[in-house]
Design a protein around this ligand. Structure first.
Ligand SMILES: [Zn+2]
Length: 121
């Protein structure tokens, strides 16, 4: 199940982001996941829960936003959605198209746990 490997990569990305920003804990992670990545969101959430169970990321929620696939035609410049992985241009029928959306696998944001005792000072 390659979702486990991907979950591991995401956990690494989150840890790097946390250390760069000096965060000790996150509540939720928003992830942008393109449909072309062939990653099952449910399997990914599950894998992330398993892989972070005994780490500082335990209990952090993975919020997955699925990004639909879109392409742009080289011939007529039209941008179009690709619902069924059919990569020919709906305007001119050309197959010379470039993928412009749907390959995302990135962290959109981290939700941080508020330190409520500090705000009362
Ligand atoms: Zn076209």
């Amino acid at each position: 199940m390659h979702e486990l490997n991907i979950a591991g990569n995401i956990a690494d990305m989150v840890r790097r982001e946390m250390s760069e920003r000096g965060l000790s804990q996150v509540e939720a992670i928003s992830l942008r996941l393109g449909r072309m990545t062939d990653v099952n969101p449910d399997a990914l959430s599950f894998g992330f829960g398993v892989i972070t169970r005994d780490t500082e990321l335990a209990g952090a929620k993975l919020i997955i936003e699925e990004i639909p696939v879109a392409a742009k035609c080289h011939q007529c410049e039209r941008e179009f959605d690709v619902p069924e992985f059919s990569f020919s241009c709906p305007s001119c029928g050309s197959n010379a198209v470039r993928l412009i959306r749907g390959m995302e696998l990135e962290i959109a944001s981290l939700e941080v746990v508020e330190n409520t005792s500090a705000t009362s000072l």
